[in-house]
Ligand binder design. Structure first.
Ligand code: NAD
Length: 248
């Protein structure tokens, strides 16, 4: 679904995209070699490895093979390190970047607000926590071993659910007037056997209490793709103006 949407939106804005669909039994070194060949191709400005990878692959090693200048998903340790150190010029991971942009559509100044993020992955929770810290929020990150989730979430002015746990966040987890960002994408099957998508937030019970809330599907997902395209344009501009963008 994501890959199809990324390809479609690339086409819409005039970015040429190429997919290398590999078999599950592909050797890790073959993937690394392919990444290296794309790194060296001056015609290509951005490269992503679609996650999650099947079991057996070393995700950290594969992500490190991507050239930081082409790492438009922002998941290379150098780009995450720049975010950690507050150094401008790295690529910001697309989903957290999109979440912050969605929050800013309803609230410009975030200083002093309490933000609670459920989920502590390198892909979403941790980088978003850093972005919200840069905005001077007071940030808590919750994960599967955290205790008293409901009580902590109910204190949040900004609540981000990125756990991959369907309908985890209920009405009494949400403070009146909170901004709720639902990152979760969960595939469920109804009684008739039809599959459908749901988020980590029980939208029906929660939405009336919120200042703003993102739906699933149609919220964070499309914004993530938009941020990926934006990062790709930035990468292309930097490649064209190398002398101006000496960041590595
Ligand atoms: P992950 O599995 O890498 O991390 C999940 C995190 O949530 C972990 O820190 C885990 O401890 C925590 N967690 C899991 N269940 C929990 C629970 N019941 N209570 C509290 N914490 C819990 O997942 P990820 O890659 O960060 O993705 C999270 C979700 O976001 C998934 O549903 C994924 O599909 C979705 N996602 C959506 C987008 C998008 O563009 N909309 C992008 C990335 C991920």
């Amino acid at each position: 679904m994501y890959v199809a949407s990324k390809k479609r939106q690339c086409e819409e804005v005039g970015i040429r995209s190429f997919e290398h669909a590999l078999r599950k039994n592909t050797k890790q070194q073959t993937i690394v070699d392919l990444i290296h060949s794309i790194n060296e191709d001056p015609e290509i400005h951005g490269l992503i490895v679609q996650l999650p990878l099947p079991e057996g692959f070393d995700r950290k090693m594969i992500l490190q093979a991507i050239s930081p200048e082409k790492d438009v998903d922002g998941l290379h340790p150098l780009n995450l390190g720049r975010l950690f150190c507050d150094i401008k010029g790295g690529f910001i991971p697309c989903t957290p970047k999109g979440c912050l942009r969605l929050i800013h559509t309803v609230q410009k100044k975030l200083e002093g607000l309490k933000a609670v993020i459920i989920g502590a992955s390198n892909l979403v929770g941790k980088p978003l926590a850093l972005l919200l810290l840069q905005e001077d929020c007071t940030v808590s990150i919750l994960h599967s071993k955290s205790k008293n989730l409901a009580r902590i979430c109910a204190t949040a002015d900004i609540l981000v659910a990125a756990a991959g746990a369907p309908l985890l966040v209920k009405k009494d987890w949400v403070k009146e007037g909170a901004i709720v960002i639902d990152v979760g994408i969960n595939h469920l099957v109804d009684k008739q056997g039809n599959s459908y998508l749901t988020g980590d937030v029980d939208y029906e019970s929660v939405h009336k209490k919120t200042k703003a809330i993102t739906p699933v599907p149609g919220g964070v997902g499309p914004m993530t793709v938009a941020c990926l395209l934006e990062n790709t344009v930035i990468a292309a501009e930097r490649a064209a103006n190398q002398s101006k963008f000496k960041i590595w």
